[in-house]
Design a protein around this ligand. Structure first.
Ligand code: UDP
Length: 250
């Protein structure tokens, strides 16, 4: 192994898992993992694939700022630091196999599955759980199904819902200062070795719907992965705009 390789390059030989948007590596510390954010984009359960130039770096930076903001407000997250602009060191967690969706405004599958009109304000916000399992297409779960599948305990579900509502308040306020509406988003949680529930994964335009409050046109105001899903164009520009607004406030 050449000594000229950077510490993060050395981790390439310890790849644990490659997901759609990030690669996970082991590090020399068993409690710490390294995630490398990718430019690859997928939608519709990976039926649509593409690349968004610079996405990895932008999403890493946005997630970093948002994790730091949440930590400073007392929300435990897996964030440790960013050794390079596309890499984030995180605490090792046992991931709870739930995708927690929080909805402030109707969009996406909520509209498709229920007929609620796009843009309808949802008050109080909906917190719902999907099964994190691509083979089944991440289906919406009932609480009964969560317990039947033993995905989480009732106490964990209660705590995850409370944390998600708190995170929603903090993120909604933060994005309001950026003049962005936080329409909906997805969170993932994990458990540390001492049993603490901690926010994991990422918070970025890949996982949130974000509408620019300074723009009227419904398509032009979309600053998130819907630009990729719906072929609205200038995906990189939209992600970059979110980063600029987040940095200006953080
Ligand atoms: N989401 C995500 N990963 C998923 C599914 C959803 O990050 O596997 C995010 C999505 O970007 C949106 C929110 O969760 O911000 C709600 O998504 P929805 O259920 O409406 O799904 P979709 O419109 O993608 O079918």
């Amino acid at each position: 192994m050449s000594e000229s390789r950077s510490p993060s390059e050395k981790n390439l030989e310890k790849k644990l898992y490659e997901g759609k948007a990030k690669i996970l590596y082991a590090t020399d510390n068993p409690e710490i993992l390294l995630t490398r954010y990718k430019d690859d984009a997928t939608a519709f359960n990976a039926q649509k694939k593409g690349t968004i130039a610079g996405k990895g770096q932008i999403n890493c930076a946005i997630s970093r700022h948002l994790f730091e903001m949440l930590e400073s407000a007392g929300v435990p997250t897996h964030f440790v630091d960013c050794p390079t602009p596309i890499e984030m060191r995180v605490k090792r967690l046992t991931i709870v196999p739930l995708e927690v969706i929080v909805r402030n405004v109707a969009a996406g599958s909520l509209c498709k599955q229920t007929g609620i009109e796009l843009g309808t304000v949802i008050e109080p916000a909906i917190v719902e759980f999907c099964y994190k399992n691509d083979d089944f297409g991440d289906p919406l779960l009932s609480e009964g199904r969560i317990y039947a599948l033993e995905l989480a305990t009732p106490d964990q579900v209660e705590e995850i819902e409370l944390m998600s509502r708190r995170i929603n308040e903090l993120l909604t306020d933060f994005f309001k200062q950026c003049r962005i509406t936080l329409v909906d988003f997805k969170l993932e949680f994990g458990v540390t070795s001492d049993g603490t529930i901690v926010l994991g994964d990422e918070i970025s335009p890949d996982t949130c719907r974000l509408w620019d409050d300074t723009v009227e046109d419904p398509k032009a105001r979309v600053l998130d992965k819907d630009r990729f899903r719906q072929d609205l164009g200038n995906v990189e520009g939209a992600y970059q705009r979110v980063l600029e607004k987040v940095v200006a406030i953080a």
